[in-house]
Design a protein around this ligand. Structure first.
Ligand SMILES: *[C@@H]1O[C@H](CO)[C@@H](O)[C@H](O)[C@H]1NC(C)=O
Ligand SMILES: *[C@@H]1O[C@H](CO)[C@@H](O)[C@H](O)[C@H]1NC(C)=O
Ligand SMILES: *[C@@H]1O[C@H](CO)[C@@H](O)[C@H](O)[C@H]1NC(C)=O
Length: 378
């Protein structure tokens, strides 16, 4: 994660007096404004006494976020067509075929959350106020998805879905992905307990790595290789916590058949998956995947790459590219924090290094006690 610093030399000059006076005036205005209208920590915006950023109204503050987040992560973003990716531990992942995706897809990609629950309680995504210390795992997961979309310029939507009356609510992702594919070329759906651990690694690179091609309808991860995760033919189940869907008439047809599976018109005994775990996952694993070309139309992703999490690495699934915290919901908030603070810490340190002659005083060659009249900071 090396990057070159943008040219900020012009900020290093000392401010002349009139500018300082103007800056102090602005700070006072800002404090008055903050006191008057909002609790936003605006004085944090005054940078080192050298410059200031004007306070924005809450409206432009939101658009600030849309500008600031991509700028903060920009130096780290991995090229979509890179031949390899090296993770934080130095492990290397290489493409096995030349990249198909060589340009960012931008708004052709939708990062999608779907939920039927109100999610407006304390720490909830739909609560008007955010209590940082009581953030729920759903909120943490969704904020990770929102962040990831913002960093890479994808669209993000959270659909509050109507509830089914004839089956378990985990089924709602099926019709909602189908709906989303009417407006986007690629829909990347995640359960709220699944996160992208590498905020800087774009989905286009993952599409290349996982060989998503023109004929691909869906890609999803395998479950851990355990006896209770087998379908009726003895193959390991797929997990619907992370789904890549590509728009095509055939994908729409597939999602229709999947949704109708429980009527038993096309498949016998699919109706048991209305309420019995693992619901739509079992219906897909038992019936749907065998209707399509496996490996090209339906791509089964390795569990360790798109399922599980490091604390469950002994299951064979450590969640390298997508982390799915099935049994560790309390870990989701930490996962969100890591996808923010990792990059912020690196940028802060880079900035400190860049301004080292301003921010660091080397007084190590002085002797204590200091002589009267001696100054450490000059
Ligand atoms: C929203 O969160 C606040 C605390 O942050 C809480 O007092 C309030 O009850 C929550 N709203 C609902 C509808 O639960
Ligand atoms: C201590 O370091 C400063 C800056 O590097 C230098 O100007 C000064 O001469 C040094 N003082 C002594 C006593 O070595
Ligand atoms: C601080 O100054 C001392 C002596 O003046 C020097 O040996 C040391 O390398 C300096 N430290 C840094 C980080 O520049």
């Amino acid at each position: 994660m090396n990057f070159t610093a943008p040219d900020r030399k012009h900020l290093r000059q000392r401010c002349p007096w009139p500018v300082t006076v103007a800056a102090v005036t602005v700070v006072l205005l800002v404090l008055f404004y903050a006191y008057d209208t909002t609790t936003f920590a605006d004085n944090s915006r005054v940078i080192q006494g050298y410059s200031h950023i004007e306070l924005s109204s809450s409206e432009s503050r939101l658009s600030d976020t849309h500008h600031l987040i991509p700028l903060l992560y920009k130096p780290f973003v991995h090229p979509v067509d890179a031949s390899k990716f090296v993770n934080h531990d130095g492990q290397t992942y290489e493409l096995t075929e030349p990249p198909r995706f060589t340009e960012p897809l931008g708004k052709k990609v939708l990062i999608l959350d779907v939920d039927t629950r109100p999610l407006n309680g304390e720490g909830g995504m739909l609560n008007e106020t955010m209590q940082y210390d009581s953030i729920t795992h759903q909120t943490a997961g969704m904020l990770n998805h929102y962040l990831y979309a913002m960093v890479h310029g994808y669209e993000y939507k959270f659909i509050q879905s109507p509830a089914y009356t004839d089956r378990h609510q985990t089924w709602v992702k099926v019709p909602m992905i189908r709906e989303a594919l009417k407006s986007y070329d690629y829909v990347v759906f995640l359960d709220s307990d699944a996160v992208f651990p590498h905020t800087h690694l774009p989905v286009e690179w993952l599409f290349n790595y996982w060989n998503i091609r023109e004929e691909t309808l869906l890609a999803m991860a395998l479950d851990p290789d355990q006896p209770f995760n087998k379908d009726s033919r003895g193959n390991t189940n797929l997990n619907t916590g992370f789904i890549i869907a590509q728009a095509s008439p055939r994908t729409t047809e597939m999602l229709n058949v999947w949704e109708d599976c429980v009527t038993d018109t096309k498949f016998e005994k699919c109706s048991k998956w209305r309420y019995e775990w693992s619901h739509e996952q079992a219906a897909f694993s038992d019936f749907m995947r065998y209707e399509y070309e496996r490996g090209t139309e339906v791509i089964e992703l390795a569990c360790t790459e798109a399922n599980g999490y490091p604390q469950k690495a002994d299951s064979g699934c450590s969640g390298e590219f997508v982390r799915h915290f099935w049994l560790g919901k309390e870990l989701v908030a930490d996962a969100l924090r890591d996808t923010v603070s990792r990059y912020m810490a690196l940028r802060l340190h880079e900035t400190f290094r860049d301004y080292i002659d301003v921010s660091m005083v080397n007084a190590s060659n002085k002797t204590l006690p200091l002589h009267a009249g001696e100054r450490v900071i000059v």
